[in-house]
Design a binder for this molecule. Structure first.
Ligand SMILES: [Zn+2]
Length: 481
């Protein structure tokens, strides 16, 4: 008999594995509304922990949170030509309200640049009003044809930061600062190494001068764009006629940025670390960092009392420092409990049984690699934060190893084709950054595209992998979600 709770093996079918994990770990589920998902408490706690970390960074770098309306009048969206062209196919429109047809239809925000610009037009007047550095946590709607839980849904949660600056350079600095916050969230909190770089013209945000991104490798070798930061130059401030008088009392258009990170990152977290048994969560964001499973035998009441005392003690001593839970459910075999918490990715399991307790010990099992050890009950709670840090570091190191092992350098299109013959990889090669060569790369290997132009490497005049002309950039090429 097959276990109805069993999940598809990652190596058999990565896509089905992903959906199985999301559903069975109770992170999210489908809803009767096409393309819209429900985020369940365990998944939402994971988002909240990630969100809190990023929110602290947003505030640390001098931004304030605020909130804008969900609806955007059509005329606002029309003002910036590239912006409207880029978003038009995926905008949902409200045409009726209160039983009447609206005089002007309202877009449900796909992003908020236009409403924010229309309001800041009145609020920015003098050089003293700059810089403006704000952020909002909200939902947005982009009508998607094909959806995937967390990765691509019609409605999703995100933060969108928006800033206005007196100078071009200051705006560029802001773009870089926020991209680095996204890198910090991915690497230090989610244990996912990322590759920062610049998007090509064809992949940049609609209305931006340029877009920077961080790209992460999933366990199947595909790339996930995990956060983007845009330099909007004066494109929107000119379109919306936002001006300020500078110190010489001359009217100027401010420079603008925007940057966003969404619930998509949760999909990335699942796919970067998970294995055949399910999720593997980084301790820093795991809703439950340690699960305690008491082993109680019904024919041993003395042992049961001993176990209960020990479990209560661990719970009390860990309170406030570790997100720890005791699984006291009756009528479940320990093995069933182990499998469930493994599926849900809890970093540490603490098994408390009478036999170990006779020697004043408990058994610790690490989710990441199944590493098992007995440790003294005395002082356990004090040691837990350190053990969780070790797990965090080990998980990050494992993700880095995977990225290194599946990264290759290529010198021409033949090498690019060869690199993808066995399995999806991250290929890097000199690139001249022309649309022609980008098209050639796309055509060379099915579904492979230029993810970004890496910030950590330069072309140094080496020959572009497509045209052979001297190239200043190194392109990161991969299949992408
Ligand atoms: Zn080229």
């Amino acid at each position: 008999m097959t276990d109805p709770k069993a999940i598809t093996r990652q190596s058999d079918d990565f896509d089905r594995w992903y959906v199985d994990v999301v559903l069975r770990a109770e992170l999210a589920d489908y809803t009767p509304i096409r393309g819209c998902m429900v985020i369940r408490p365990y998944g939402f706690a994971l988002w909240e922990n990630s969100q809190r970390a990023l929110d602290d960074m947003i505030k640390r770098t001098g931004h304030s949170n605020m909130y804008f309306p969900l609806f955007i009048p059509e005329a606002f969206l029309q003002k910036e030509a590239e912006h409207v062209e880029g978003f038009a196919p995926e905008v949902a429109w409200v045409t009726h309200g209160g039983g009447k047809e609206l005089e002007e239809r309202l877009a449900i925000r796909p992003t908020s640049e236009s409403i924010i610009c229309s309001l800041y037009r009145d609020w920015i007047n003098s050089w003293r009003d700059l810089p403006v550095k704000i952020n909002q946590w909200c939902n947005v709607v982009r009508w998607e044809k094909r959806t995937r839980l967390f990765l691509r849904t019609t409605e999703f949660l995100w933060q969108e930061g928006h800033t206005f600056h007196a100078t071009d350079e200051e705006a560029a600095e802001e773009v870089a600062t926020m991209l680095d916050c996204y890198r910090e969230l991915a690497e230090d909190w989610l244990a996912i190494p990322v590759i920062p770089g610049r998007k090509t013209e064809s992949e940049k945000f609609a209305g931006a001068r340029y877009t920077d991104s961080i790209e992460a490798m999933m366990a199947d070798g595909w790339a996930l764009q995990a956060g983007t930061s845009h330099h909007l130059a004066q494109n929107f401030t000119r379109a919306f006629d936002i001006t300020y008088s500078d110190t010489a009392n001359e009217l100027q258009y401010p420079y603008q940025t925007s940057w966003g990170l969404s619930t998509r990152i949760i999909g990335g977290l699942i796919m970067a670390h998970g294995d055949d048994a399910g999720l593997i969560l980084p301790p820093r964001v795991a809703p439950i960092q340690a699960i305690v499973v008491p082993i109680v035998r019904s024919n041993d009441p003395d042992g049961a009392a001993l176990v209960d005392d020990a479990v209560t003690r661990i719970e009390r001593e860990a309170a406030g420092t570790v997100r720890l839970r005791v699984d006291r459910r009756d009528g479940m075999r320990p093995g069933e409990k182990y499998a469930e918490w493994e599926l849900r990715g809890v970093p540490l399991r603490i098994v408390v049984g009478a036999k170990d307790l006779a020697a004043q010990q408990v058994t610790l099992v690490r989710r990441l690699d199944g590493e098992q050890r007995t440790v003294p009950l005395e002082g356990l709670a004090v040691r837990l934060p350190g053990l969780l840090d070790e797990t965090q570091t080990a998980l990050r190191a494992r993700a880095q190893r995977m990225l290194d092992e599946r990264s290759v350098d290529v010198r021409d299109l033949d090498e690019l084709v060869a690199a993808f013959e066995e399995r999806p990889v991250f290929a890097s090669g000199p690139f001249c950054n022309t649309p022609d060569c980008e098209v050639q790369i796309k055509a060379a290997v099915h579904a492979v595209s230029v993810r970004n132009l890496r910030f950590d490497r330069t072309g140094d005049g080496a020959r572009c992998i497509a045209c052979g002309q001297p190239a200043n950039h190194v392109a990161l090429m991969a299949r992408a979600y």
